[in-house]
Design a protein around this ligand. Structure first.
Ligand SMILES: [Fe+2]
Ligand SMILES: [Fe+2]
Length: 176
């Protein structure tokens, strides 16, 4: 598979903007995944669907890892240790990440097989639905509960530092 990953974030001058760009992108790709799963179940895998599946595969392989690193290495450390409620949220969100990563590992095996042989794994739909649901519920918790709670406590200078850390995670030389 030679499909290039397009980073949902291009501007790393504000770490919170990077987080939000990923949340929007992950929610959109989750809907695409479910649509494609339904199509494949009804009509099988033709070259066009295989190509879309390969794109989603390449996207999740990179986007999930980067996004969890962005949060665990840049966002969470910037806000931890000031408020017990926020600290509890961070602990829970970190556990969610592990659960999402495990659900992806399970789905990933089926996707690889399907892409290699253009055959359908029997419980592919359940695995994809579980992964998408865990991801969507987690993103919703972050968007609706966590980010509003921490946003006001982050200075613009901290948001810049976070963005710089995220650029470094990607190997980008960021000088803003
Ligand atoms: Fe997260
Ligand atoms: Fe997130």
């Amino acid at each position: 598979m030679q499909i290039r990953f397009h980073d949902p974030a291009s501007d790393f001058s504000d770490g919170l903007a990077v987080i939000r760009a990923y949340h929007d992108s992950l929610l959109t790709q989750g809907r695409r995944l479910l649509e494609l799963v339904s199509e494949i179940e009804s009509h099988g895998i033709d070259p066009e669907r295989a190509n879309r599946l390969a794109e989603l595969y390449a996207y999740y392989q990179r986007a999930n890892v980067l996004h969890h690193q962005d949060e665990e290495r840049a966002l969470f450390p910037a806000v931890v240790g000031r408020d017990l409620l926020v600290d509890g949220m961070i602990e829970r969100l970190g556990l969610d990440h592990e659960e999402i990563e495990e659900a992806w590992r399970v789905l990933e095996i089926d996707l690889k097989t399907m892409l290699a042989h253009h055959t359908l794994s029997p419980d592919f739909r359940e695995k994809a639905a579980r992964f998408e649901k865990l991801q969507r519920e987690h993103l919703t918790r972050e968007n609706e509960d966590f980010l509003p709670k921490v946003e006001s406590s982050l200075q613009m200078s901290q948001r810049r530092v976070m963005g710089k850390a995220m650029a470094t995670i990607r190997g980008i030389n960021h000088n803003q």
